[in-house]
Design a protein around this ligand. Structure first.
Ligand code: PLI
Length: 456
């Protein structure tokens, strides 16, 4: 088979700045060993996130020029609405400035004390918005999804039995909606099968609970269904996406992922009463319902991006280029979540650094080592991000300790990725030298963004 090439030419380039190892040691120390606090000019390859970091196409930039900046009734809004409706079939489409703004509006209305929200795995902002409302966020990831070393096709699937048991225990009247996140970002960017989405919907229907899809990476999920689930191999990504959303009563989406833009999001639903409540809150917090926190030009770029992301050549390249990095690391013995996910490679910090216990943040130790070794910025998804303290101040760790290498869309070439694999492999070889960390500052919520650390 021939090399799978980037399905685009590069028209505009942005230089990256090289630093020395000595310089990076100082930079990282000054940032309290938290790469979120580093100046991006000091990063060589930025794999912190795939969110808002995509390269836009010439057609998207052309759309930027054509944006209609009218306060009300903008032409760009109607294009945005049509593009989302074509894929999701939702009746009510509400633009927001990013995904968490959609979550904030939704959970301010349906959340509150005594309410429960199940999901395969809540992303951190979703969990935070639910908890901020006073409600409880609960994860029901299928058992196989919790074992990084096991290769399976759909490790993002919901545990349907546990979900149903939970609904019976808590009472359907206390569960305003159920969510499913595609792909499952916090569990390794792993896809959810169509069958599992259908079964989740069946359980929801049985108890009269609406199903909302967190659709950040819906196109990548659709492509996994096409290549891994029987009966979908001849369907287009658009046809598959339409079927996915046919099981949903609502959608939240950060357009910063699979809409290939740098800012944007939306909330969409079939229920008019809920949509009216959401729009009323939108006016207070985001803006008028035909722009909702975005400029007309942003709405154009989202509409165009949603078309481009469903292109099969693009998705083939996208999924393969992430797997390319994963395959190189596995061949060198580096422990990762297998198989590679859709938008990122997740290093398994528990197996990478078995000597460093979760409360000493092995993931953070790897994140820091990758930066010093090669100027690569990654993010810990483990006890720093999701750890909680019990009443005695002891940390309760999440099931996995991971380091995410998120691949921005259409940004890095194969040689950048070759470089990344070399740095990760070198870091793995030197793992005996790595030490754990402790907090010197931690915020009460979403602590990973602003935390500061020192070496143990
Ligand atoms: O970053 P926002 O507010 O546009 O979107 C929040 C959000 C919601 N759901 C999921 C599954 C996400 O992955 C997500 C944002 N993800 C980020 C920022 C990431 O780095 O993965």
């Amino acid at each position: 088979m021939r090399t799978i090439i980037e399905p685009f030419k590069i028209k505009s380039v942005e230089p990256i700045r090289f630093t020395t190892k000595k310089e990076r040691e100082i930079i990282l120390k000054d940032a309290g060993y938290n790469p979120f606090l580093i100046h991006s000019d000091d990063v060589l390859i930025d794999l912190l996130t795939d969110s808002g970091t995509s390269a836009m196409s010439a057609a998207q930039w052309a759309g930027i020029m054509q944006g209609d900046e009218s306060y009300a009734g903008s032409r760009s809004f109607y294009r945005f609405e049509e593009a989302i409706r074509k894929i999701t079939g939702m009746k009510f489409i509400i633009p927001t400035h990013q995904g968490r703004a959609a979550e904030k509006i939704l959970f301010s209305i349906v959340g509150g004390k005594g309410k429960y929200f199940p999901n395969n795995t809540h992303f951190d902002t979703t969990r935070a918005n639910i908890e901020f409302s006073g409600a409880e966020a609960d994860d029901f990831l299928n058992e196989i999804g919790k074992h990084p070393e096991i290769r399976a096709d759909f490790k993002g699937n919901m545990d349907i039995q546990k979900l149903e048991k939970f609904i019976q225990e808590k009472g359907k009247e206390n569960i305003p909606l159920c969510m499913i996140t595609i792909t499952n970002n916090s569990g390794g960017g792993q896809p959810v099968s169509m069958q599992n989405i259908r079964e989740t919907k069946e359980v929801c229907t049985k108890y009269g609970i609406p199903l909302f899809i967190d659709a950040c990476r819906f196109a990548e999920n659709a492509y996994f269904i096409k290549t891994r689930e029987a009966g979908y191999e001849h369907k287009s990504p658009l046809e598959i996406a339409k079927e996915i959303f046919s099981y949903a009563d609502g959608v939240t989406m950060s357009a910063k992922k699979d809409a290939l833009v740098n800012i944007g999001g939306f909330l969409a639903m079939q229920d008019e009463r809920l949509a009216t409540q959401c729009r009323n809150l939108l006016i207070v917090t985001e803006g008028f319902p035909t722009y909702g926190g975005l400029a007309g030009r942003d709405l154009e770029a989202v509409a165009q991006g949603l078309e481009e992301v469903l292109d099969e050549n693009y998705l083939h390249y996208r999924i393969r280029s992430v797997a390319y990095l994963g395959d190189k690391l596995v061949a060198a013995g580096v422990p990762i979540i297998e198989p590679p996910g859709g938008h990122a490679i997740y290093l398994d910090a528990k197996r990478f650094l078995p000597e460093i216990p979760p409360h000493q943040f092995p993931g953070q130790a790897i994140v820091c080592a990758l930066y010093i070794e090669g100027g690569i910025r990654s993010v810990e998804i483990g006890s720093v991000m999701f750890g909680k303290n019990d009443e005695n101040g002891n940390m309760i760790s999440p099931p996995m300790e991971l380091v995410r290498l998120a691949i921005p869309r259409r940004v890095y070439t194969q040689s950048h990725i070759d470089y990344v694999s070399e740095v990760v492999i070198e870091t793995f070889k030197q793992r005996e030298k790595m030490r754990g960390f402790k907090f010197t500052y931690e915020a009460p919520m979403l602590r990973h963004f602003t935390a500061r650390f020192e070496h143990i």
